[in-house]
Design a protein around this ligand. Structure first.
Ligand SMILES: [Zn+2]
Length: 506
């Protein structure tokens, strides 16, 4: 028997939402699994940042997909907008940036070893493509968005899928059709030759609860209905795995990419900057071909947002910082690290935290990034009016959005337990790649930077020598004070949460 992984993803699932009432099948799974008290998303806690970590084994500072949306210059020095939900934008950025992922991804590593990655995903078509950008280059690989099967790659499989299911199912809220088709395609196509026919890595990525949380609200009855339906569909996979898959050396992984917080209040950050005398261009201005001038600032994002200052003029950057820090609606302000002081607490702009602390610093990154204010006790936040009050949002550092789910069961993960060691997506990916023998030879590819999750491999005793420690960093400028909380383990920093030092109840 050969080792294989089946990964079932629930986009945006907060671990505390997987209760026996909401998800009777899933909630029983972690009890018999290896799970983590602190399985933490990367910053920003957005989908198109975290999936590249899951599918590469490195943090955003190395894979370079630094936000759901960001701007970059093409070869003619024209500004372009990356928007992760659109396949054309993903592929354009992949071409113009000479690799959207700045490192080799899981699909490419599997292909080098003659192994396969096959993906069915109910997120947006762009989000699906981002999980395996070059699936059409490798024999037997698949990347299929269930809401747009005509956009599946390779084309030959897209045609087969269309013959059976047309262009897929429409996206409704909750996304019951998408969830069911994702699971149906697994049984219909991946298991048609029995478990022996499964790829070394198969991904069934369900778009709930994320779709409904954004669209209908974090706590709406229909969102809960979508969660229950997704749990029922997961139950079909679990039943098969328990009766057949487990004995065939298939490791079952259940995970989410990030959590969610609730929009409590709206604020207009464009107006806050304009009121400080700054001229603001938005992502849609860039998409429409605006040509930024040296005294413009480019603001991209509705919640956690990036600000790019063409020419990086010091007085403009400091005016942006001052306007943000003077606003009661702003929670945290970051800038890129000073190249001469890469490990420093303070970034290039005095008074701001360095993104180097969060493993999110990158040449593609914004000059200044900010998170609107949030309340870590209630998990409620401020953002623009792009989403109604009560909606789910994510991208910041409240504990409800940084915590995600990872639960693994299978023959290669003996025992079970809820581990106190912190972990993040790069660690899961590095463990999977190591177990699938993708990193064995001396190929000239950069290695993943994640750690092996030894605590889930029956090596608990050796781990006890490595303590988990907590660290808190604060930085203040005038009346603005912000704090970051980390866990440190085996010399690695894991960002637990962050916000204004003084809590503002929301
Ligand atoms: Zn997501």
């Amino acid at each position: 028997m050969s080792l294989k992984f089946l990964i079932v993803g629930f986009d945006g699932l907060r671990p505390d939402f997987a209760t026996p009432e909401n998800m009777p099948r899933l909630s029983g799974f972690p009890e018999k699994s290896h799970t983590w008290e602190n399985y933490l998303a990367c910053f920003p806690t957005e989908t198109y940042v975290n999936h590249p970590s899951i599918f590469s084994g490195v943090r955003p500072e190395r894979h370079g997909v630094i936000a759901n949306s960001f701007c970059y210059e093409d070869e003619k020095r024209r500004m372009r907008l990356f928007e992760g939900f659109r396949i054309d934008s993903v592929m354009e950025a992949d071409a113009l940036l000479h690799g959207l992922y700045a490192v080799p991804d899981l699909g490419a590593r599997l292909a080098r070893e003659g192994k396969r990655l096959r993906i069915y995903c109910a997120n947006s078509p762009g989000s699906t493509r981002l999980q395996h950008v070059h699936a059409s280059d490798f024999s037997g690989h698949l990347n299929a968005p269930v809401h747009a099967l005509d956009k599946a790659i390779p084309g030959a499989e897209a045609r087969e899928l269309i013959r059976a299911h047309g262009k897929g199912v429409p996206l409704e809220f909750p996304d019951a059709l998408g969830t069911t088709l994702t699971v149906d395609l697994f049984f219909e196509r991946e298991l048609k030759n029995g478990p022996e026919g499964l790829a070394e890595a198969t991904v069934l990525w369900i778009g709930e609860p994320d779709h409904s949380e954004h669209e209908l609200g974090l706590f709406s009855a229909k969102t809960l209905e979508g969660l229950r339906q997704a749990d029922h569909e997961f139950g079909r996979v679990l039943d098969w795995w328990e009766t057949e898959g487990r004995a065939k050396d298939i490791q079952l992984v259940v995970m989410s990419d990030h959590g969610h917080v609730e929009v409590a209040r709206h604020a207009d950050f464009e107006e806050i900057l304009e009121n400080a005398g700054l001229h603001v261009l938005t992502g849609s201005d860039i998409a429409q071909g605006a040509d930024p001038k040296a005294d413009d600032v480019i603001l991209i994002g509705e919640y956690t947002s990036g600000i790019w200052v063409p020419g990086k003029r010091r007085e403009v950057l400091e005016a942006v910082r001052d306007a943000l820090m003077a606003s009661p609606e702003v929670g945290m302000v970051f800038s890129q690290p000073d190249p001469g002081l890469p490990g420093a607490r303070e970034g290039l702009i005095p008074g701001t935290f360095s993104e180097g602390l969060l493993s999110s610093a990158h040449p593609r990154g914004p000059d200044i990034r900010f998170i609107p204010r949030g309340d870590p006790e209630t998990g409620r936040c401020v953002m623009t009016n792009a989403l109604p009050l009560g909606s789910g949002a994510h991208g910041g550092l409240l504990p409800q959005e940084t915590h995600a789910l990872l639960a693994i069961q299978g023959s290669r993960f003996p025992g079970f337990g809820r581990h106190a060691e912190p972990a993040t997506h790069e660690d899961f990916a590095a463990t999977l790649m190591t177990m699938l023998s993708l990193l064995d030879d001396d190929a000239p590819l950069p290695l993943p930077t994640g750690r092996i999750l030894s605590e889930a491999l029956g090596e608990k005793e050796s781990m006890r020598r490595a303590p988990v420690s907590r660290e808190t960093l604060t930085i203040a400028r005038g009346d603005f004070s912000q704090t970051l909380h980390f866990l440190t383990f085996q010399g690695r920093n894991y960002t637990l949460s962050g916000g204004r030092t003084e809590r503002l109840p929301l």
